[in-house]
Design a protein around this ligand. Structure first.
Ligand SMILES: [Zn+2]
Length: 168
């Protein structure tokens, strides 16, 4: 099944994007999670997310595509810039937990002369770290420390997977 949509602004929130998409006959859309040429993001709004999620389901939307900021360079040689990019990635994935089941698209950056191997290593490190943070919220567990979604910090992170197996 094909879904059609366009890139929309999230300046008025996630539910407003769904309404705009509906008004033009779209059943998916893309959006920037934050200022794509900076890093500033709107404050999160759980009520807005809930309305958006309900409308996406009600109207049978396909998966959305969130786009990370262009300012992220996860594999630069500059440790401060790399830390900034990793923090933005982690924040984006945490935010996406409020719109579950959708895609996140980002430009991993440029190794800027360090070589492909080093660049990929830095990108993989950042992804592993960000996923360790967000997996806690994406896989709720029952019990006294069960995560019910949102910004849960009480469930221990799963061990990192360094196994040599094909993607699941
Ligand atoms: Zn892009």
């Amino acid at each position: 099944m094909a879904y059609f949509g366009c890139h929309l602004s999230n300046s008025k929130g996630n539910f407003a994007m769904v309404q705009t998409a509906l008004s033009i006959g779209a059943d998916t859309f893309a959006f920037f999670t934050r200022n794509p040429r900076g890093s500033k993001a709107k404050p999160e709004d759980a009520g807005d997310n809930a309305k958006a999620v309900a409308a996406l389901k009600e109207y049978g939307f396909g998966p959305l595509v969130a786009h990370g900021a262009y300012t992220m360079n996860l594999c630069t040689a500059d440790p401060e810039a790399r830390a900034f990019a990793a923090a933005v990635l982690e924040d984006d994935l945490r935010r996406m937990a409020g719109l579950p089941g959708n895609f996140y698209n980002f430009h991993p950056g440029s190794h800027v002369g360090q070589g492909t191997e080093q660049g990929i290593e830095f990108i993989a490190e950042a992804l592993k770290s960000a996923l360790r943070q967000s997996v806690r919220c994406l896989h709720p567990r029952p019990g006294p420390h069960g995560c019910r979604g949102g910004n849960c910090r009480t469930v221990p992170a799963p061990p990192p997977c360094d196994a040599d197996h094909p993607p699941e």
